[in-house]
Design a protein around this ligand. Structure first.
Ligand code: FE2
Length: 237
């Protein structure tokens, strides 16, 4: 599997706090069949922390060295999860796409926004927008999300909302998006170990309800294409 949205990079946001915690999460990720991970720290005006790009890159290189020392066959990529805010394009141009691609992961849940208009502007500036966990955006219902998808948004649903025993609002929307074929990528958005583990359980749920091919597309093939992995990472479960 490929995990496109994580907060495993240590000491830069509200995810893993130490390098050891990050390494433990990466070891576990590998154990459950994840072999490529995009580290996507929050870039946010709203959350009370502002981490420099320099620190992020320093920690990224540190983590890559640790993984190499351990001999783990795990590919790390650097990206960002950007909270929607004024001057979004200006922020993105500072280098906050996914692994230098034209894909950007945007969280629209922090404040009410005209998502259609923002999608249009970003597309006009040359970016492809991945909506982070659309099922969690409280001011958009299922039909709004369907419309955004028709307007070209890519949808990244969280693995923790695609579990057989979950029926809260976000999970109900996530499952409806799944049934109607509107999801592009499932990713963990893991801040801690527990959420990371839902990738395996969610893969099993998607595979059981929609077939193995769909699970392969959402957990492996589509995220591989986004970060430019030529040969899709193999699913090992
Ligand atoms: Fe996130």
């Amino acid at each position: 599997m490929v995990d496109l949205h994580t907060h495993i990079l240590h000491g830069v946001d509200d995810g893993a706090s130490t390098v050891d915690e990050a390494v433990n999460m990466l070891i576990k990720a590998h154990e459950i069949g994840i072999n490529a991970i995009v580290l996507t720290p929050h870039v946010s005006l709203f959350r009370g922390f502002k981490t420099s790009k320099e620190l992020t890159e320093t920690h990224f290189n540190m983590l890559k060295d640790k993984i190499k020392q351990l001999g783990l066959s795990l590919h790390l990529f650097l990206g960002a999860e950007i909270d929607e805010h004024d001057h979004l394009v200006k922020t993105i141009k500072q280098g906050y796409t996914l692994e230098g691609s034209t894909y950007v992961l945007i969280d629209f849940s922090m404040r009410r926004a005209d998502v259609s208009e923002i999608l249009y502007d970003l597309r006009h500036s040359g970016y492809k927008v991945i909506v982070a966990h659309p099922e969690r955006i409280s001011y958009l219902n299922f039909h709004d999300l369907k419309q955004l998808k028709a307007e070209g948004a890519l949808m990244q649903v969280s693995s923790s909302h695609l579990l057989p025993w979950k029926f809260d609002r976000a999970s109900r929307i996530a499952k409806r998006l799944l049934r109607q074929g509107l999801i592009d990528v499932v990713a963990s958005d893991a801040h801690h170990m527990e959420t990371l583990l839902t990738m395996k359980k969610s893969f099993a749920y998607v595979s059981k309800t929609m077939g193995n091919e769909t699970a392969q597309t959402l957990f492996v093939d589509n995220p591989s294409k986004i970060i430019g992995i030529q040969e899709p990472a193999n699913e090992r479960n």
